[in-house]
Design a protein around this ligand. Structure first.
Ligand code: UD1
Length: 375
């Protein structure tokens, strides 16, 4: 095996499965070259080189939604991204191209198909985006994180995530994680996270329940998102046992020390929280194609999490739902037990298996890969 291209990016949540797959491929094929392709604007431009993988960019060319000058320029610019992807695939001698969705994946799928390079698709959200719907038409090797995702031929394998999270034993890790975060391991602990982007609605709801939080004898670790900590520090930072952090680089520590988490329902957060068995209150972000509500659905239906609509989340939610739940160990234990019925913790390995299979099939004469069959 020589080289594998992994295309995608955007937020931390989008980059994490790319890195987790890259690491799984390196573990099993130490000599493989993994080339990640993203855009210069996405977080991948920082996170991928930091993680020690080769990185290349192509232009970010969003599909225009209305007639405009940009719409007229779109076909030429989009064709340019396919040409650039073809060049990267040729130069790296890629044996397979993996896409996780987003701007970069569509040109990656189309370029790979035109070069008869096997394609592997992973969809992180319950509701698939356009790029992966295109990818699924061109590949027999399609995976998704959540069971029931409506994507042609998709196999639910879970979400590739860092092994520090997928193999976390929360109880065993709690004491040291608490020390690293400067928390007391003996207190009931609430974590709050708005995903890699932060969430003003969550911040406001907690601020409105300031008195009740102060009286409850609990501690809070609140991840605000980069550059968004100031309003939270002003509203809550002076409370004893209220810890405000912009960003946790070791999310596993937060998951280990928390007894309950309030979170947006990004595909990454829901998958990780379910995998580690942490009870959750999800407040889906009401944007995009409504994917966040659906991401949370299987955890909520299994009894591992509770859902609160964004418009309904306020100080009363914190005072009347979150704090009583945080102080009810029996209910929390039942939610943790319910989590155990859901997660697939080895999605990185299972996606790496699919890459190996795709390459193997692509090598066989008359192999099943449609990228070859279609020629
Ligand atoms: C994978 C994916 O498709 N993600 C969704 C998510 O992206 P977004 O990246 O915002 O959120 P996710 O829940 O998917 O992932 C967050 C990731 O950031 C990590 N983390 C978070 C906070 C922190 O302090 N430290 C840290 O490391 C978490 O461990 C997790 O891996 O929200 C978008 C809306 O904005 C959705 O439409 C996206 O579909």
């Amino acid at each position: 095996m020589s080289s594998i291209v992994i295309a995608g990016g955007g937020t931390t949540g989008h980059v994490s499965p790319m890195l987790a797959l890259g690491r799984a491929l390196r573990r099993r094929h130490p000599d493989v070259r993994v080339l990640m392709v993203g855009t210069a604007e996405g977080l991948e431009a920082r996170l991928v080189p930091e993680a020690g993988f080769d990185f290349a960019t192509i232009a970010r060319v969003p599909m225009p939604r209305k007639p405009s000058g940009a719409a007229l320029r779109f076909p030429g610019r989009f064709a340019g991204t396919i040409r650039d992807m073809r060049r990267l695939i040729a130069q790296s001698g890629a044996d397979a191209v993996v896409g996780v969705g987003g701007y970069v994946s569509t040109p990656a799928y189309l370029a790979a198909r035109s070069m008869r390079v096997p394609i592997v698709v992973h969809e992180a959200n319950f509701r698939p985006g356009l790029a992966n719907r295109v990818g699924a038409l061109l590949s027999d090797h399609v995976a998704c994180a959540f069971p029931g995702t409506p994507l042609s031929g998709a196999r639910p394998i879970g979400m590739p995530m860092r092994t520090e999270i997928s193999q976390l034993d929360r109880a065993a890790a709690r004491p040291e994680a608490a020390v690293r975060l400067g928390l007391d391991p003996a207190l009931p602990t609430l974590a709050v996270t708005g995903g890699s982007l932060g969430a003003a609605r969550l911040n406001a709801g907690l601020a409105a329940a300031r008195e009740q939080i102060a009286a409850a004898g609990v501690q809070v670790v609140h991840l605000t998102g980069a550059g968004k900590d100031q309003p939270v520090r002003e509203a809550l930072g002076d409370l004893p046992r209220y810890h405000v952090l912009e960003y946790a680089s070791r999310m596993e520590d937060v998951y280990a020390v928390a007894d309950l988490i309030i979170a947006r329902a990004g595909a990454g957060t829901v998958s990780e929280v379910t995998a580690v068995g942490l009870p959750a209150v999800y407040v889906p972000l009401p944007i995009g194609n409504g994917e966040q509500r659906l991401n949370a659905r299987s955890a909520v239906e299994a009894g591992a999490a509770t859902l609160v609509d964004d418009a309904d989340f306020d100080g009363r939610t914190v005072a009347e739902l979150v704090l009583p739940l945080l102080q009810d160990p029996r209910r929390l234990a039942a939610m943790t037990a319910a989590s155990g019925t859901l997660p697939m913790r080895d999605a990185d390995e299972r996606l790496a298996d699919m890459v190996d299979d795709a390459i193997e099939q692509g090598r066989r004469p008359g192999g099943r890969d449609r990228t070859r069959k279609a020629e």
